[in-house]
Design a binder for this molecule. Structure first.
Ligand code: GLN
Length: 555
């Protein structure tokens, strides 16, 4: 197999770090992978990160967000898992579609290759052909990035049937490149209330399960409510076949941005470099990250933002993961303005009752994020009308922009029978309609990966609120939608005071709508998803403009 010709910064051959989970899911494999990426990057290494998800879905675009969380869209348009968002945010770089795979996508390409006779007529089998496909994708991603280190997170936990073939790929890679592959297991050590002691047994069992797949952990990240003491580190070392200094304590923390710094307290990046034979001459430079973390903790003035969405409620639980990029984008901008964000999640459905709208007075700004379908629409339209009239800063994203335009058409243009084609295709005034390119796809039920996805350029009107925020009239943003503002209504909407301040370069697609700041402090909607490009060390200009307007309007 080909490897990168490049040798740099203490590595002579590309290195691969696999991150797997033990005991249970949801204990932070994604943030661990992101943190390792940040730490190795801070040592001057060129790092890339991949996610492997074990489901049959070919991408994450067809899953209900209440089950799966946010769909994160990469710049080249692939719909992926929210972990990809964490990698991009921690690494502060865009990642390509090559860096994401699912069981479904891997099988699909193996089957396609078989149909194209690419296996030369031989018997194509689950083993080794599926792991070989996985390995070839990992190597392609490493090469494309010219990465010194490729991190690969394997979704799920060891012991699930679902990810056995991915562990098989790890085993094969370790055999091929014994000095260049490291395995990090993120495990959980419970402290049962009735016992009051941290228990290592579930981790021991998980390690044994991993070993039975022929894979051995080099590093164990010991996730737990409390820090792991030396005694338990030694116990884990003895029973799990790792060195005690390779057991990294990972207690619960208030903010995920503390995690890389915590890992460094236990010298994680040094340990990994040692395992992989990477020179550690260059110490980690975490100054910018530390500054960001310090800002996030300082006791600044509060800015109160309400996010009105429909996916927050799941049984008795509140899910905020569905909007994770939006929530993080608000935080980065607030921190950059030396403000302390207080974000409240409000279920849109409740605002169908207009008496509830008064509640919105408590907030300095209101944001309606992306969404699909009927649920919560009446509530969202009521919210938008209320904040428009009350002059509470409003930021609408994707569906939040479409509904902002629809609300204006209904209540200002007085088009009573107005709707979006997504909800009522028979309405008299389809102020938001299906995009021309989408109509046929919907008719043929080709719904997977077929929306308008990924990066597109837009041009902005000079002097508009948007152009001032971006300090530019040319932007590139990521999209995910099937519907758009119907151009037949644009002239009337503009006559009634709304400006379409951003369009596609040929002027066909309305990408940004706003009201002049002489009539409202901040009332702006975007057809794209700016949150996907917001980074801790590079906050998004529109979020910053919104948060600033929210804070100023409260004064
Ligand atoms: N449902 C709308 C569309 O498909 C908005 C999509 C979104 O908010 N991501 O156009």
């Amino acid at each position: 197999m080909a490897t990168s010709k490049k040798a740099s910064k203490g590595t002579t051959t590309p290195k691969y770090i696999f991150v797997v989970g033990g005991v249970m899911s949801g204990v932070g494999k994604g943030v661990t992978t992101s943190s390792i990426a940040l730490l190795l990057g801070s040592r001057g290494l060129n790092v890339t990160a991949l996610k492997i998800d074990p489901y049959i879905n070919v991408d994450a675009g067809t899953m209900n967000p209440t089950e799966h969380g946010e769909t994160f869209v990469l710049k080249d348009g692939l719909e992926t898992d929210q972990d990809m968002g964490n990698y991009e945010r921690f690494l502060n770089k865009d990642l390509p579609a090559l860096n994401y795979m699912t069981t479904g996508s891997v099988y699909l390409s193996v089957i396609q290759k078989e149909r194209n006779l690419e296996y030369g007529g031989r018997n194509v089998e689950v083993v080794p052909d599926i792991p070989h496909e996985v390995i070839s994708r990992i190597k392609k991603a490493q090469q494309a990035a010219q990465a010194d280190v490729a991190l690969i997170e394997i979704g799920g936990t060891v012991g699930e049937y679902q990810n056995v073939l991915f562990l098989e790929a790890v085993r094969m890679m370790k055999t091929q490149h014994p000095d260049d592959v490291a395995v990090v297991m993120v495990s959980y050590l419970p402290v049962p209330g009735s016992i009051g002691e941290m228990k290592t047994k579930p981790t021991q069992t998980a390690v044994r399960t991993l070993n039975s797949a022929g894979v051995f952990a080099d590093i164990i990240i010991a996730r737990s409510p409390a820090a792991v003491d030396q005694k338990r580190k030694e116990k884990i070392a003895t029973f799990c076949n790792v060195r005690a200094e390779n057991v990294i304590s990972a207690p619960d923390v208030g903010s995920i941005y503390d995690i890389p710094l915590n890992y460094e307290n236990d010298k994680l990046s040094e340990r990994l470099c040692q395992v992989l034979g990477i020179s550690t001459q260059k110490a980690p430079d975490l100054a910018a990250w530390k500054k960001f973390v310090a800002r996030s903790k300082s006791n600044n003035d509060v800015v109160k933002i309400a996010v009105v969405g429909k996916y927050f409620n799941s049984g008795d639980f509140v899910l905020s993961d569905v909007y994770i990029s939006v929530l993080e984008a608000i935080k980065y901008s607030a921190y950059s303005l030396n403000l302390k964000p207080e974000i409240t999640y409000l279920g849109a459905q409740a605002f169908a009752d207009k008496d509830k709208l008064k509640e919105l007075k408590k907030y300095d700004g209101v944001l309606v994020p992306g969404g699909f379908g009927k649920t919560g629409i009446d509530g969202k339209l009521n919210v938008i009308e209320y904040v428009r009239k009350q002059k509470i800063p409003y930021f609408g994203i994707c569906y939040g922009m479409q509904l902002m335009v629809l609300e204006y058409a209904k209540n200002v243009l007085k088009l009573k029978n107005a709707s979006t084609e997504e909800i009522d295709a028979k309405a008299e005034h389809l102020v938001v309609g299906v995009m021309a390119e989408q109509r046929e796809k919907i008719a043929k039920k080709e719904m997977g990966g077929t929306m308008r996805l990924g990066q597109y350029e837009a041009v902005l009107k000079k002097g508009s609120l948007a152009a001032k925020a971006y300090k530019s009239t040319q932007i590139i943003e990521r999209h995910r939608h099937r519907y758009e503002v119907n151009n037949a209504y644009v002239a009337d909407l503009e006559k009634a005071g709304m400006t379409f301040s951003g369009t596609s370069p040929n002027g066909d697609l309305m990408e940004i709508a706003e009201l002049p700041t002489t009539t409202h402090p901040f009332f702006l909607g975007v057809q794209f998803h700016p949150e996907l490009q917001a980074r801790p060390l590079a906050p998004h200009p529109l979020f910053t403009a919104f948060v600033r307007a929210a804070y100023e309007s409260k004064k």
